[in-house]
Design a protein. Structure first.
Length: 341
């Protein structure tokens, strides 16, 4: 009940800002949304009201309840998104502290214009060009990103992933995955040194990144008369290599979209061009790219897939899909190991 009252009060303040006049007959409806794994609760809020002319009006927003480390997403919006990615993210409407110490983040509800635009090379290039603009604009804002010891967390998750993959040896259905254990073991042992080199790789270096780019966190929305890519869920934003954003996007799209896999190098070159770099994919660039991709896999994705694949309580289709995804992530690990060995 307390959370409901706090949400209602916050929405009332936003409504005042939107209407610039007292609203009447306000009716608020909430619908829980899936996704936003960094948030303790995500709600699509529909607000209906009458304006000063007594006309019925409506607007929608998304309310995210944030607690603990995920509460840093609110600061990310205030310090980074609002200043450097306003055209690349939902509009920030309000940030409110709650009586329980949690954070209430209210943002624009973005309407999708196209369900799956990623068969188009142009759509992918547009996303990467805008991503390059953000990486460039925010390069000097590393001090503004809320604290997060990502490197320590990455190392811990990577070591747990190695243990989980080793346990697959005793499962006849998953033993084939354990064949990649030597490559994974080498990568995890050398991860601190590899990460240090990656984060100093020129000209990328370390700068604010989105940190969780995949098709579920990107949609096209109509802005300024054209379809524009919008990045959702900034809860994993951090200071790291921009190649982690690029590889996360390209690997996830390639998994679901055959055209994305076929055009992988073309899209990577498009990002380089948007940064003002030579489009050639040099050996040093490929090595850095695959280490960034492996870092993404080791940050939780591979562990998630392995855990589902080993869970006898899951359905057979779920375990099969997870095994396929784990195999794809291990392919990335092999690539990184080959480039860095």
């Amino acid at each position: 009940m307390e959370k409901r009252i706090e949400l209602t009060n916050a929405i009332g303040q936003v409504l005042q800002q939107v209407t610039h006049a007292p609203a009447q007959d306000i009716h608020i409806e909430g619908k829980p949304l899936r996704g936003g794994i960094e948030a303790s609760g995500v709600t699509l809020v529909t607000v209906r009201y009458r304006n000063h002319s007594r006309r019925q009006q409506m607007f929608r927003l998304v309310a995210k309840h944030l607690t603990g480390r995920p509460a840093r997403e609110a600061a990310v919006y205030q310090r980074i998104v609002a200043a450097y990615a306003r055209d690349l993210a939902p509009q920030l409407l309000a940030v409110e502290g709650t009586g329980s110490g949690d954070i209430l983040l209210l943002i624009e509800a973005v309407r999708r214009t196209t369900a799956w635009p990623w068969r188009s090379l142009e759509a992918g290039e547009e996303l990467l060009a805008r991503l390059a603009d953000f990486h460039t604009a925010a390069a000097g804002a590393t001090a503004l990103v809320p604290e997060w010891d990502y490197e320590a967390e990455l190392q811990a998750v990577a070591e747990l992933t190695r243990t989980t993959l080793e346990q697959c040896r005793s499962d006849p259905d998953l033993a084939v995955l354990a064949r990649d254990l030597p490559a994974l073991d080498r990568l995890v042992r050398a991860l601190p040194a590899h990460r240090k080199q990656l984060l100093s790789e020129r000209p990328f270096g370390s700068r604010p990144i989105h940190g969780d780019l995949h098709p579920g966190n990107v949609m096209l929305s109509r802005r300024g008369g054209q379809d524009t890519p919008i990045l959702l869920d900034w809860g994993r934003a951090r200071v790291s290599s921009p190649l982690e954003d690029v590889s996360s996007w390209l690997q996830s799209v390639s998994y679901w979209e055959p055209e994305g896999r076929r055009r992988h190098d073309t899209l990577l070159a498009a990002y380089l061009s948007a940064l003002g770099m030579d489009r050639r994919l040099t050996d040093s660039l490929r090595a850095a790219y695959w280490m960034a991709a492996a870092s993404n896999a080791l940050s939780g994705a591979l562990l998630h897939h392995l855990s589902i694949a080993r869970n006898c309580g899951r359905s057979s289709p779920q375990r099969t899909a997870a095994t396929k995804a784990a195999r794809d992530a291990l392919r990335v690990v092999r690539r990184a190991d080959a480039w860095w060995s």
